[in-house]
Design a binder for this molecule. Structure first.
Ligand code: WT7
Length: 650
């Protein structure tokens, strides 16, 4: 199906699993205690009886009241651990306070400026309790939504946990998104309270976050209170009666707060992700199933134990950070390292310097970051001692074999396995992934996690081997999303309608003879820029909101570093002239509306966009021209001459 992934298909290198790692691994020990001899038997047994497997894992959690039923699957609606009383925060914090882990470090945080802060489980627990009390005083109740719009500072996990503790639903908005994106998400969830900061530093530049909120606050009628973290001491506008400083509020609160006894299926958070058309999708996750799924995958895939320093180098604003910086590591009682800044600031050795200084042992990043390091060369990692590393990970987009091998050699010194984990905001946890038992093939995410029935099917829904097709999942898993917030029809239509009984991931993949999966990318028009899903529709609507623009079409253009970069074609209103200055203004405009990540790398001015007779833009044609490929069949095109215009603009 996808032509530009030929290099993946030819990959034949294989890296055998290390017997020492296998023997000591969490998964092997678990298998031993369940009389399971090898990987094949593990998959067989757990697939035969998924309830058995997940029940075993759920029993590693503390329940206020035990569940009566493991799974209720009324396609496409799943409920897990029914009638149980549970709270993810009880398991992530409260239970550790009763053990030796009380004084273990939960987070080691390093700021962009090099300052370091550490929080033990007990300290984190007390901060969360204070904020939970403060939220209650601000009128937040069980089921209320709270927007969290914070940079990568410790207040971000604290805010999430405080919401969850009292049964409020958090909706984190990535701090790199700007005013319009914040407004849209806050309105969709009708949030009562927003938590933000005065601002933060990015590559030495100051980003004013509270000011961004102020730009759109009049358009978000549901917000009653705004809590502002004084992060870098910026002067901010505070509206009497509405805006409160974090430190003022918290110093009044005691550090004891009951954890709300929730139902297993009570909602934990909403996280917005881009869809092909229309507004972003509010992916909804719940307390118990999400806890069990993320905990289990972190334990078995990345094999964490109490000696490890775990570093998931994602932003908490994405699902990777929700699952594997905040919830799963705390559920495991692990020590995590968190970094506020960017990988190449002040220089491309920054990450490796921190691995050395903090003794990081398990490290998880994205292919786009690895490709950036490849560009800067081996000399940067060579300056530092990386021998503490034992396992590496990759997530967010397909990792090309060259990057995989570079990562394996230069960061892992040939000895660390690379866990190429395929999953999505919707799945909550790793779905197709190696385990420490797996023999690895560079570029392949290996096999489905125990209990997961993933498959590749053709357009008729028939299972296929060796060719590209739709990547689908055929049974439920505990941390699956339960619905799209406020839009239950779209949940069914977008994910569960194309093939009866199957979850449609929206990705194209190939399964080889040995059952290894090779993910090839998105099948729709959502772009994957540096591992982040960005909808063409959102960028287009930002462009069209500029006074000079009549119409626009946005497509992805392959980019060695970012995976994809954004190429935008713009039709100007008659009275305006194309110019380099206008190009610059449009880029700035998109930046301001959505955020720097969505700013187009390329803008071309055209008189007309290729359209079907019904007026739909034919992105397929635009994409082909951007890649300088043949446009194929254009008989349904109403204005074939527009193709020449594209060529002139490229
Ligand atoms: C999409 C999900 C999952 C956390 C980060 C992104 C792509 C993700 C891989 C991988 C190939 C991958 C897919 C997927 N993707 N991991 N290991 N190999 N592609 O979460 O924003 O929900 O995006 O990211 O296209 O559908 P997300």
């Amino acid at each position: 199906m996808s032509k530009d992934l030929d290099t993946l298909l030819k990959e034949e290198r294989e890296f055998k699993a290390d017997p020492n790692l296998i023997d000591q691994s969490n998964i092997k020990q678990w298998m031993n205690s369940h009389d399971i001899n090898d990987y094949e038997e593990l998959l067989e047994k757990s697939n035969e009886n998924i309830e058995w497997f997940w029940n075993e894992m759920a029993m590693e959690m503390e329940w206020f009241k035990p569940y009566k039923q493991i799974l209720e699957w009324e396609h496409p609606h799943a409920k897990w651990f029914l009638d149980g009383k549970f709270n993810i925060v009880h398991n992530a914090l409260d239970r550790h306070i009763k053990t030796w882990r009380k004084n273990k470090v939960a987070y080691i945080w390093e700021g962009e400026d090099g300052s370091v802060k550490k929080l033990t489980y007990f300290e984190l627990y007390r901060e969360v309790n204070r904020l939970a009390n403060a939220l209650k005083n601000m009128g937040v109740k069980k089921g209320d939504r709270v927007s969290i719009y914070l940079p990568m500072i410790l207040e971000l996990p604290i805010a999430m946990l405080a919401c969850a503790k009292i049964g409020a639903i958090h909706s984190v908005v990535f701090s790199g998104f700007w005013a319009k994106a914040f407004q849209e998400r806050a309105n969709d969830a009708k949030v009562k309270v927003a938590i933000t900061a005065d601002g933060f530093n990015r590559r030495g530049k100051t980003i004013e976050l509270k000011k961004t909120v102020d730009m759109v606050i009049d358009n978000i009628p549901s917000i009653e209170k705004i809590l502002v973290v004084e992060n870098i001491g910026l002067e901010v506008n505070m509206e009497e009666g509405r805006d409160l400083f974090w430190s003022d509020v918290l110093k009044k609160e005691i550090a004891i707060c009951e954890t709300e006894e929730l139902d297993s299926e009570d909602p934990l958070f909403i996280l917005y992700t881009s869809g092909t058309t229309g507004k972003p999708k509010g992916v909804l996750h719940t307390h118990a199933g999400y806890a069990v799924g993320t905990y289990t995958t972190l334990k078995f895939v990345f094999d964490l134990n109490d000696q490890d320093i775990w570093w998931c180098a994602a932003d908490v604003g994405w699902i990777t950070g929700h699952s594997y910086i905040v919830y799963a590591p705390l559920l495991m009682g692990a020590t995590s390292f968190i970094f506020e800044g960017t990988p190449d600031y002040p220089d491309p050795g920054r990450f490796w310097k921190m691995v050395e200084e903090h003794g990081v042992s398990v490290f998880y990043t994205a292919p786009t970051t690895i490709r950036m390091f490849m560009k800067h060369g081996e000399k940067w990692p060579q300056k530092y001692d990386l021998t503490t590393l034992r396992i590496l990970g990759s997530v967010g987009e397909p990792i090309n074999p060259e990057a995989w091998v570079w990562y394996h050699k230069n960061i892992g010194n040939h000895k660390c396995p690379i866990m190429d984990t395929w999953w999505q905001t919707e799945t909550g946890m790793h779905i197709i992934t190696p385990l420490p038992l797996s023999d690895l093939k560079p570029g392949s995410a290996c096999k489905p996690f125990p209990t997961i029935q993933a498959d590749v099917v053709d357009d008729d829904g028939n299972s296929i081997v060796g060719d590209g097709g739709h990547l689908v999942l055929k049974n439920p898993w505990p941390s699956m999303f339960r619905t799209l917030y406020g839009d239950p029809e779209r949940y069914v239509e977008a994910y569960w309608s194309k093939f009866p009984g199957m979850y449609l991931s929206g990705d194209v993949a190939r399964k080889d003879e040995e059952g290894y999966f090779w993910i090839q990318g998105r099948e729709d028009d959502v772009l994957n820029v540096a591992g982040h899903r960005i909808s063409t529709a959102e960028v287009e609507s930002a462009l069209v909101s500029h006074p000079t623009v009549a119409e626009s079409a946005v497509v992805g253009r392959p980019d060695i570093l970012k995976g994809e970069e954004i190429a935008a074609f713009v039709v100007l209103k008659n009275e305006f002239q194309a110019s380099p200055k206008l190009k610059h203004q449009l880029r700035e405009h998109v930046r301001e509306f959505i955020g720097p990540i969505a700013s187009p790398a390329f803008i071309g001015f055209v008189d007309d966009l290729p359209k079907t007779r019904s007026g739909k833009i034919m992105r397929r044609v635009i994409k082909a021209r951007v890649k300088k490929e043949d446009v194929g069949d254009i008989s349904t095109l109403s204005n074939p001459e527009s193709v020449d215009g594209l060529d002139k603009a490229v």
